[in-house]
Unconditional design. Structure first.
Length: 619
């Protein structure tokens, strides 16, 4: 993990005249007082300091930390903003006031500085748009304009649309199941053409990143996929070619390359003895010069997938900080006559003001001093449809409507101003969104976990705290019934993995370097789609991170397992309760929780429960 070197925010402050030497002494003293970490002692059987963490007799030494810069002025701006959403327990920024100490940690996660910097820019834009909206004469006009800016599909047809300018603009990014279809004819003399997904600008970079470059090469027939950022340049390639093979890697249960792709043979030209050309004798290469094709690039759960003329050809796993929701445009370059381009199933927000059942979907007020269960749903900005599906389904359980159970969406800010404005409007309408003071990156999910523990102990105190995802269906009734038989303290409940191994394969979404976790296995942890901890463990997590006795780890569910292991060794013996009715992947009957459910499936599951009172799957 990387050391955060704080770029002094004090130097930019206006100082009154005086001795330069005195100023330097004062600044040095402030820095020492503010950032010097005290030594905190745990009980004698488990001691944690800055240099190592002890787990079951083994010492995990922190690697040498590479500094990255945190601008204190960004933090000052974020935390000086007063609430922009709701009142009481529906206020959208209730967690922010508690989170600053966790973001200032010198051992912060590597993406923290960038996530905060981009959140600062996003917040400035959002405040401007909110003020502009308040000054608008007609809210209906504003709503109409926003709906126009977040269309369900965008299209471009006819003519040669190739070139450096984007052929499609995607105002609100992509979500799972979004697709981009292009119809074109490769030029007879073409050597290559490219389809590029261009992302929103990253902080500190003047050029926008390429979230995916899909490069079709005719000189040496192959399909190459990779990413590009100004800071890191071109990333590792996934190449589907005529010779050799890629590693047997699977993305969304699909191979990186179709086995048939690129079976090319060499043939001498009868006209020019010195010319060697590639002849597609078995027509397995999906693109032919002069022949039209239809290619559809669609976003899955784990990566992008391309089908050409109806056949799956390639897959490409998402990369950190280059997620599909950050895509803002499609660009086509090279020797290709582009006939049409279409992007569909794009994220579209509901028109909250016109919903006839809006009151039914609003978060109820919480009158209890301590509720039975707080459910924190991890979501991202433009997953509008997923959140609405949950509001219309299992968030309608009587326990939720009565306030016995509270459900809150934890969402980071987006780099797209339109998405942020829609999120703010959504938070205003339903009162169930808690914003995070950073932009959503996969590597920062552990910060959401800490925020959930803050929410469940300091803001909405709950006996139990649950973490789940926005593509998960939860049977609240069965969950509460099951919890009646469970201990009220030192509890981890869910689908628990014992003795799992770190993923050491580079390129994997879950790749962990030896420096990040040197041991051969993880402590017990519960799978992220749904697990429950007791109030005392959540309190331990908040206190431990405030005192910097707990290490940050980018895999949020494993991180919780690491923190609970320390609780188990230093405070109280933990009850690890494994329940196979928490289904980590797909649906099985008699479930408590099922993962990987589309909005349509979520609504279907709810309908089946209402009609048949049984947990029956919809696939």
């Amino acid at each position: 993990m990387s050391m955060v070197k704080f770029k002094s925010g004090f130097t930019s402050a206006r100082m009154k005249s005086g001795s330069a030497g005195i100023c330097i002494m004062v600044l040095t003293l402030i820095f020492i007082i503010r950032f010097e970490k005290p030594v905190h002692k745990l009980p004698s059987n488990h001691t944690v300091d800055d240099s190592s963490i002890s787990l079951e007799g083994e010492s995990i030494h922190e690697p040498a930390k590479k500094p990255h810069f945190m601008n204190l002025e960004d933090l000052d701006y974020l935390f000086s903003n007063k609430s922009i959403s709701g009142e009481g327990d529906t206020n959208g920024l209730l967690v922010w006031s508690h989170m600053r100490p966790f973001l200032e940690r010198p051992d912060a996660l590597p993406e923290t500085a960038q996530g905060i910097k981009e959140a600062t820019l996003a917040m400035k834009d959002l405040v401007f748009l909110i003020n502009k909206e308040k000054g608008a004469s007609s809210s209906a006009m504003v709503s109409k304009d926003i709906r126009k800016n977040c269309p369900h599909f965008v299209t471009a047809i006819d003519g040669d649309l190739s070139g450096s300018r984007p052929v499609l603009e995607l105002p609100c990014g992509l979500i799972e199941d979004s697709s981009i279809t292009v119809v074109g004819i490769p030029d007879e003399h073409s050597r290559s053409f490219q389809i590029q997904l261009v992302g929103s600008g990253l902080s500190g970079e003047s050029r926008r990143p390429i979230i995916l470059r899909y490069n079709v090469n005719f000189s040496k027939p192959s399909i190459v996929q990779n990413t590009w950022t100004e800071k890191l340049g071109w990333g590792n390639e996934v190449r589907c070619r005529s010779r050799g093979s890629v590693r047997n890697q699977i993305v969304d249960e699909l191979p990186l390359c179709n086995e048939q792709t690129g079976r090319i043979t060499l043939e001498e030209s009868p006209n020019e003895d010195t010319t060697i050309e590639f002849a597609l004798l078995n027509a397995d290469f999906p693109f032919l010069k002069g022949n039209p094709f239809t290619a559809t690039l669609w976003a899955g759960l784990e990566g992008f997938h391309m089908t050409v003329n109806g056949r799956h050809e390639t897959s490409f796993a998402y990369k950190e900080k280059l997620e599909p929701w950050l895509v803002s445009a499609v660009r086509v370059t090279g020797g290709l006559k582009l006939l049409s381009a279409l992007a569909t199933r794009l994220p579209v927000p509901d028109d909250h003001a016109s919903l006839a059942i809006e009151e039914k979907l609003k978060a109820p007020s919480l009158s209890r001093t301590r509720i039975a269960l707080l459910v924190g749903v991890f979501s991202t900005g433009n997953n509008f449809k997923r959140r609405m599906a949950l509001r219309r389904s299992w968030m309608q359980y009587e326990a939720v409507r009565s306030g016995k159970v509270a459900v809150r969406f934890l969402i980071g800010l987006h780099t797209n101003e339109k998405v942020n404005l829609e999120m703010w409007r959504e938070a205003e309408a339903y009162g169930d969104i808690q914003f995070m003071p950073f932009v959503d990156y996969y590597g920062l999910l552990s910060l959401k976990t800490v925020a959930l523990c803050i929410l469940g102990t300091k803001v909405i105190p709950a006996k139990y705290i649950m973490k789940t995802d926005d593509d998960t269906f939860v049977r609240i009734d069965e969950l509460l019934s099951s919890l009646q038989e469970k201990p009220s303290s030192a509890l981890l409940y869910g689908l628990i993995s014992f003795g799992s191994l770190p993923d050491r394969e580079q390129g994997s979404k879950w790749f962990i370097r030896k420096e990040e976790w040197p041991l051969d296995s993880y402590p017990p942890w519960a799978h992220g789609p749904g697990y429950i901890i007791s109030h005392d463990i959540a309190k331990f997590v908040v206190k431990g991170h405030r005192q910097r006795d707990l290490r940050l780890f980018k895999l949020e569910d494993v991180a919780m397992g690491i923190w609970i292991q320390q609780y188990n060794q230093s405070v109280k013996s933990v009850k690890y309760i494994n329940d196979k009715r928490f289904h980590n992947s797909g649906c099985k009957s008699n479930y408590i929780l099922v993962h990987y459910q589309t909005p349509r499936l979520v609504l279907c599951l709810w309908e089946k429960l209402q009609k048949e009172s049984q947990s029956i799957c919809c696939e």
